[in-house]
Unconditional design. Structure first.
Length: 258
């Protein structure tokens, strides 16, 4: 697959998506977002890819959000609507885990892209923020909706209504970052989390993600009686029997993802 604005590679069951626009602090415009959607669709469909890691080129920025210079040069009323920002912030569903390795600035749509991932590992110099309200418009790629669900009402409002910058250490305290590490250890830390996920049964991991995401909006009783497609798939899989068998035989399980 050929890409102009991103790098995409796969190895050891991990898919790597790297935003490659360092001269623009990895800001996204529609074509870059379309490329990211293509890469993530490939990851979703590939049975040999179990976890994805997304990051940005360089040490200054993970993603500075939507490219405002691009927007200013357009006559479209809202050029951001041409493609879901980052490819995964809306109109997309995937039960495979996605990890954001945030290096430097994750501002506006960049923070929204990170929030759309399941885990966030941040470098010590990472800075998050949703400054759109200071530019005359609200965040439009799911930031308010996801932040409210991930860190609670008052903390989320403190970020949303001010548009202030949030350093990595505070983001960890607020609860939307899983781990903060030195810059040169960032990808290694993300890979460590990915490896721990890969050690588990892949179909069970996807079912657990679906249970959490689809069940959070329901009452407890509703969530327990709902049918989940990934859970049904697990129960019919070879891995469903492999886990207990490996435990009894006192050996590591050999997951097939089927």
């Amino acid at each position: 697959m050929d890409f102009e604005f991103i790098k995409y590679e796969k190895r050891d069951r991990i898919a790597y998506v790297t935003i490659n626009r360092p001269d623009s602090l990895n800001a996204l415009q529609p074509d870059a977002s379309k490329e990211m959607r293509r890469a993530f669709e490939d990851f979703k469909a590939d049975p040999n890819s179990w976890v994805a890691i997304i990051t940005g080129t360089g040490e200054k920025a993970f993603c500075a959000g939507f490219d405002l210079k691009y927007a200013a040069s357009r006559t479209d009323e809202d050029p951001a609507e041409a493609a879901p920002l980052g490819g995964i912030t809306r109109e997309w569903e995937c039960w495979k885990p996605i990890i954001a390795a945030v290096n430097g600035f994750a501002m506006g749509g960049g923070m929204e892209l990170a929030l759309a991932c399941d885990l966030i590992i941040a470098s010590e110099n990472a800075i998050f923020g949703l400054p759109e309200v200071r530019r005359g418009f609200p965040p439009g790629a799911g930031g308010p909706q996801r932040l409210m669900r991930q860190i609670g009402w008052k903390h989320a409002m403190g970020v949303l209504l001010t548009g202030r910058q949030v350093p990595a250490s505070e983001a960890r305290e607020l609860g939307f970052v899983n781990e903060v590490v030195p810059q040169d250890e960032l990808i290694g830390a993300a890979e460590r989390w990915a490896t721990q996920i890969i050690e588990a049964a892949p179909l069970a991991v996807r079912a657990a993600k679906q249970l959490a995401y689809e069940g959070v909006h329901l009452t407890y009783d509703e969530s327990m009686t709902r049918r989940y497609s990934e859970y049904d798939r697990v129960r019919k899989s070879k891995d469903f029997k492999e886990g207990p068998r490996a435990f009894v035989e006192k050996r590591p399980p050999v997951w097939q993802g089927e």
